[in-house]
Design a protein around this ligand. Structure first.
Ligand code: MTE
Length: 300
């Protein structure tokens, strides 16, 4: 399949381009047409070449739909994402149950092409569409005593077959320190490749924190809570010795069962794709200051 050269083309022709590629390969027959989203380009985008739409939507982790990489694409189609609302509660000035349209109101959408590094030592480059989480938190008003932000995914076993397994204590949970949540690189993503979010990637709205391992980027969010204590998180609850709260991409701190020094770029072939992992996934200049004075081998 021909690779897109994302940086060379404007969004509209690119979108058409992708459609032609898909039509040509007939690989992605499944799924309804996704609505197109307009978004401004971002100064935070990497100029690394994005993975193909097919890579990004066919090799996923979304345990609510099963543990296999193909399960989300196979089983997420039945998820109802409209209507969708998000409870925003805890230490906020304006708690409430916000309809998705209300969550999005006034938040400027950007296209953010980010490197994305999974803890399993593979990576992709994804052209997300989203807005800064800080914009939403400012709108609901964070109380001075808040120190952390906790997130929860939908629990709906009738549409999420993976939730019949007790392997994870549902809901899937994640959390950030407040300064991490307010960082301009941290986005709520509502789409990718110029279209609304495919269900297997966390429709209708998910978190993306590009300097952290992919599991921090929680999908299909229904609750955001401001707290004064570090919240419990799914992978830390499952195996605290392997998955810390911070989970910053760090080639110098290995996972107990494998090295984190290098990664396999999905879609680059069996032999060509190995590359060195960068500190904070390449976002060191932007985020290292958040962790000044912390020992990242302890706060992993
Ligand atoms: N969010 C939920 N709710 N459930 C999940 O299983 N998997 C995480 C993260 N967010 C997961 C989730 C992991 S391990 C990764 S690597 C990324 O989603 C994968 O995102 P992608 O499928 O869009 O590449």
């Amino acid at each position: 399949m021909r690779r897109l050269n994302w940086s060379d083309v404007t969004p509209k022709p690119l979108w058409l381009n992708r459609r032609q590629i898909i039509a040509g390969t007939a690989a992605l027959m499944a799924g309804p047409a996704l609505a197109k989203i307009e978004a401004a380009p971002s100064k935070y985008s990497t100029d690394a070449e994005p993975n193909s739409f097919e890579d990004i939507t066919s090799y996923n982790n979304f345990y609510e739909f099963g543990t296999g990489k193909e399960d989300p694409a196979a089983y997420a189609g039945g998820l109802t994402t409209d209507p969708w609302s998000i409870v925003i509660d805890g230490l906020v000035e304006r708690p409430g149950t916000y309809d998705l349209s209300d969550v999005l109101k006034g938040q400027p959408l950007e296209e953010r092409i980010y490197r994305f590094r999974c803890v399993e030592a593979w990576s992709m480059v994804v052209p997300w569409i989203g807005f800064q989480l800080s914009g939403l938190l400012d709108r609901v008003g964070v109380q001075p005593s808040a120190k952390f932000v906790a997130f929860e995914t939908l629990v709906r076993p009738e549409e999420m077959p993976g939730q019949s397994s007790p392997f994870i204590e549902w809901p899937y949970r994640e959390g950030l320190r407040l300064d991490e949540a307010m960082h301009p690189l941290t986005i709520m993503a509502t789409g990718l490749y110029g279209e609304e979010m495919p269900k297997q990637n966390g429709a209708p709205i998910r978190l993306v924190v590009p300097w952290k391992y992919g599991f921090k980027s929680i999908k299909s969010i229904v609750r955001i809570s401001l707290t004064d204590k570090m919240p419990p998180t799914t992978w830390n609850m499952l195996q605290p010795s392997e998955y810390g709260f911070y989970s910053n991409v760090n080639p110098n701190v290995d996972h107990p069962r494998w090295s984190q020094a290098s990664e396999r770029r999905i879609g680059s072939g069996l032999f060509g794709g190995r590359q060195d992992t960068l500190m904070f996934n390449g976002y060191e200049a932007e985020v290292a200051g958040l962790y000044a004075g912390q020992d990242l081998a302890v706060d992993y």
